[in-house]
Design a protein around this ligand. Structure first.
Ligand code: AGP
Length: 614
C-alpha cells in the first residue's frame, strides 16, 4: 500500500506538513518517497528519493528547501517497476501541466500506455502511475476541460484501483482527488485542507475528515473542499469526527495489524488474481516469462520455502499434482540447501517467500541455480533479493504485511499457486477451456466467501475464550486438509504460545494418539469430500479417548455435529481452493487465543517478520 498526503493552505508551508504526514504512514511499508510543492503560481518543485523517508527529509532540509503552501507527498510500495528514484512518485506530465501521486493498481496500464504513446507521449518510468497522470493530461488538453472533467474521463478509462492526488499547473493552490477502491480521506481545518490515504497522516492537524466513496472526486482549495460524482455534479458529504488515538489509527481502527490484515485478505486475493487475469478472464503469466514451451517441458516441480510459505507449498502440492500430474516435492529451505538435492535439469524449483529475503529460502534458490535448474519466485516484496535472483517471478499483491504472523500474504501465495497449477494444467492439455473458465469463476468468488467467514469472527472469539488455558492442541486432516492443519497449528503456536501439532489424520494411531486424554482439544479439518468419512473416523477414535472435538467442514456436512462439539462451516468451493477458506477460522482462533492470553499479537516473542539469518 502506498501512502499519500496532500495539503493546501493560505500561508502555512506545505513541505513540513507533508513530511510529517508521510512519516505517520511509514507503517504501510514503502521503498521510496517524494514530494511536489508549489509556491503560488510558480512551477511545482518535485523531489524524489529511494529508500527511507529520512533520505527525502535530508534532500529537502526537512522540507525547508521547498517553499510553498500547496503540495502532495507519497511513500511508494512498489507494484509496477523496481524501487528507484525514477519510479518514485510524484509523477509528472512532460510540461508539468499535471503532477500526481497514486495508491492502487491499474490493471490496464499497458493498454493505456500504448494509447498515449500513439499520441506522442513518452515515458520515463515503469510505473502504472505515470500512465494515469499522463492520461489525465491527455484528456485535459484534448477536450479542453477543467481538472474534474479530465479526472472523470480518466476514471472511466482506467480499470483497477486508485486513489489519486493531482495538481494542475493552471490551478495554483488547488489539489484534485479521485478515488476508486483504494482508500482516501479529506481533512479540513482552520490551517487549510488535507488529503491522505489514511487518518494518521493528518490526525495532528484535524480530526474532522470526509471519507471519499468510490468514483468520487474532490477539489481542495485552502478555504474549502468540494466533492463531485463521476458526472461532475457536486456531492454533499458529512464529516466524521475521528475518536481514535494515533496508534490505533495506524491500524485502521483495528486493535492489531494482524486483524487488519486478516480483513485485507479478500483484497489481497482479488489483487493477486487480477494481476494475471486478462480482460477476457484468461490466465496471462507473460509477466513471469514462463512461456507455454517452458510450461510444457517441466518434468518435476520442487517447492522450497519456510514456515507458512512452506505450508502454502504443502497445499500447492495437492493442487498441482491433481491438476497437472507433474510430480511435486515440497522441501523446507533450511533442509534443501544442505542436502545436495537431486534435481532434474528440466525441472522447476519454486521458491515461495513473502519477504523475498529469508536467508534459507535465498540460499535454496542459489543452490537450485547452481545446479542449473530453472527457478520461479512467488514473492510479495517487489525487487527483493529472491525476486531479483530467480529466473522468473510471480508477484503476490498482498501489500506490506506488518504483523509477524502472516495471513494475507499466505492467502495471496495460495491463490498464486492455484493460478499457476491451473495455467500449467491448461497449457499441458489437462484442463480444457470450459473447465479452466469454471475454476477461474470459482476462484473469483473466493474474496466474498472469505469476507463471509471473517464476518463470523465473534463465534471463533467465543470458542477461543473456552480454550485460552489449553496446553496441547492437535489439528488433524487428510490431503489438502492436512496442509491447512499445518498453518492452523503454526498460527496458534506463534502468537498464543499454546503448543499444538498438525497431524495427518491417518497417522495419529501410529503413536501420537497416546497423548490424547480428557479435554484435549482436537480440531479436525474436513473439507475434502472423498476423505471426509476417514477423518471423521479418526475424530471418533479421539473422542473415545476423551478428546474435545472441533471441526471445520463445508456447508452441507451438518452430520459433522453428530461427532464434533463445535463446528465451523465454510462456503462450498472447488475442492482445490478450500485452503483459502478453511484457514480463516484458524487464523482467527490463533488471534483470539493470543488476545485472551494478553499477548503481543503483532510482535510475538522470539520472532522476526523476516528471518534474514540462518
Ligand atoms: C508465519 O506466520 C511466520 N511469520 C513465518 O513462518 C514466515 O512464514 C516464514 O519465516 C517465511 O517467511 P517468508 O515468507 O518471508 O520467506
Amino acid at each position: 500500500m502506498c501512502g499519500i498526503v496532500g495539503f493546501t493552505s493560505e500561508s502555512m508551508q506545505a513541505a513540513p506538513v507533508l513530511l510529517q504526514g508521510l512519516a505517520k504512514l511509514e507503517y504501510r511499508g514503502y521503498d521510496s518517497a517524494g514530494l511536489a510543492v508549489r509556491d503560488g503560481s510558480q512551477d511545482p518543485v518535485v523531489v524524489r528519493a529511494k529508500g527511507r523517508l529520512q533520505v527525502l527529509e535530508e534532500k529537502t532540509n526537512g522540507g525547508l528547501s521547498l517553499p510553498g503552501s500547496c503540495g502532495i507527498g507519497h511513500t511508494r510500495w512498489a507494484t509496477h517497476g523496481e524501487p528507484s528514484e525514477r519510479n518514485a512518485h510524484p509523477h509528472i506530465s512532460e510540461d508539468l501541466n499535471v503532477i500526481g501521486v497514486h495508491n492502487g493498481i491499474i490493471e490496464n496500464f499497458s493498454e493505456l500506455k500504448e494509447k498515449l504513446q500513439r499520441h506522442d507521449y513518452h515515458f520515463y518510468s515503469e510505473t502504472d502511475t505515470e500512465v494515469a497522470i499522463k492520461l489525465v493530461d491527455y484528456y485535459y488538453k484534448k477536450y479542453k476541460v477543467g481538472p474534474i472533467d479530465a479526472l472523470a474521463k480518466s476514471m472511466v478509462r482506467i480499470r483497477g484501483s486508485y486513489a489519486l492526488a493531482v495538481m494542475f499547473r493552471d490551478f495554483p493552490g488547488e489539489i484534485y482527488v479521485a478515488r476508486k477502491d483504494s482508500p482516501m480521506i479529506v481533512g479540513v481545518s482552520s490551517a487549510g485542507t488535507f488529503v491522505a490515504s489514511d487518518v494518521p497522516a493528518i490526525l495532528q492537524y484535524t480530526r474532522s475528515v470526509y471519507y471519499m466513496e468510490n468514483l468520487e472526486m474532490a477539489r481542495l482549495t485552502p478555504e474549502q473542499v468540494t466533492f463531485y460524482d463521476l458526472n461532475g455534479d457536486v456531492v454533499e458529504k458529512e464529516t466524521t469526527q475521528i475518536e481514535w488515538d494515533a496508534e490505533s489509527a495506524e491500524k485502521g481502527g483495528y486493535e492489531h495489524f494482524m486483524m487488519k490484515e486478516i480483513h485485507e485478505q479478500p483484497k489481497a486475493i482479488q489483487d493477486t488474481m487480477n494481476s494475471v487475469l486478462s480482460a477476457e478472464g484468461r490466465i496471462d503469466l507473460s509477466a513471469t516469462g514462463l512461456t507455454d514451451e517452458i510450461v510444457r517441458d517441466v518434468s518435476e516441480i520442487t517447492i522450497v520455502a519456510c514456515g507458512s510459505a512452506w505450508h502454502v507449498g504443502m497445499a500447492a502440492q495437492y493442487v498441482f499434482e491433481d491438476l497437472t500430474r507433474i510430480p511435486v516435492r515440497v522441501e523446507l529451505a533450511s533442509e534443501f540447501r544442505y542436502r545436495k538435492p537431486i534435481l532434474k535439469p528440466d525441472g522447476l524449483v519454486i521458491v515461495i517467500s513473502q519477504s523475498g529475503e529469508t536467508a534459507d529460502s535465498l540460499a535454496a534458490l542459489r543452490e537450485a541455480k547452481k545446479l542449473g535448474v530453472r527457478t520461479l519466485g512467488v514473492i510479495n516484496v517487489l525487487g527483493s533479493s529472491i525476486a531479483r535472483e530467480a529466473d522468473h517471478v510471480f508477484y503476490t499483491l498482498a501489500g506490506p504485511e506488518i504483523a509477524v504472523a502472516t495471513t494475507k500474504a499466505y492467502s495471496a501465495q495460495l491463490i498464486a499457486m492455484d493460478l499457476l497449477a491451473m495455467h500449467f494444467a491448461h497449457v499441458r492439455g489437462l484442463l480444457d477451456d470450459d473447465a479452466l473458465a469454471a475454476m477461474i469463476a470459482e476462484l473469483q468468488s473466493l474474496p466474498s466467501k472469505v469476507e463471509q467467514l471473517i464476518e463470523n469472527k465473534e463465534r471463533i472469539q467465543w470458542f477461543a475464550s473456552k480454550f485460552s488455558n489449553a496446553r496441547d492442541v492437535f489439528f488433524i486432516g487428510r490431503g489438502l486438509d492436512y496442509a491447512i492443519c499445518l498453518e492452523g497449528s503454526l498460527k496458534m503456536k506463534e502468537i498464543s504460545y499454546i503448543h499444538s501439532e498438525a497431524y495427518a489424520a491417518g497417522e495419529l494411531k501410529h503413536g501420537t494418539i497416546s497423548l490424547i486424554e480428557d479435554g484435549v482439544l482436537v480440531i479436525g479439518v474436513m473439507t475434502q469430500n472423498e476423505l471426509y468419512e476417514k477423518t471423521v473416523s479418526n475424530l471418533v477414535e479421539v473422542r473415545s479417548r476423551g478428546g474435545y472435538l472441533a471441526g471445520i467442514t463445508s456447508y452441507g456436512h451438518y452430520e459433522a455435529e453428530d461427532t464434533v462439539q463445535f463446528t465451523v462451516y465454510v462456503p462450498k468451493t472447488d475442492p482445490h481452493f478450500y485452503a483459502t477458506l478453511a484457514v480463516v477460522p484458524l487464523q482467527l482462533l490463533g488471534y483470539y487465543l493470543a488476545v485472551a492470553r494478553g499477548l503481543d499479537v503483532d510482535k510475538p516473542r522470539n520472532l522476526a517478520k523476516s528471518v534474514t539469518v540462518e
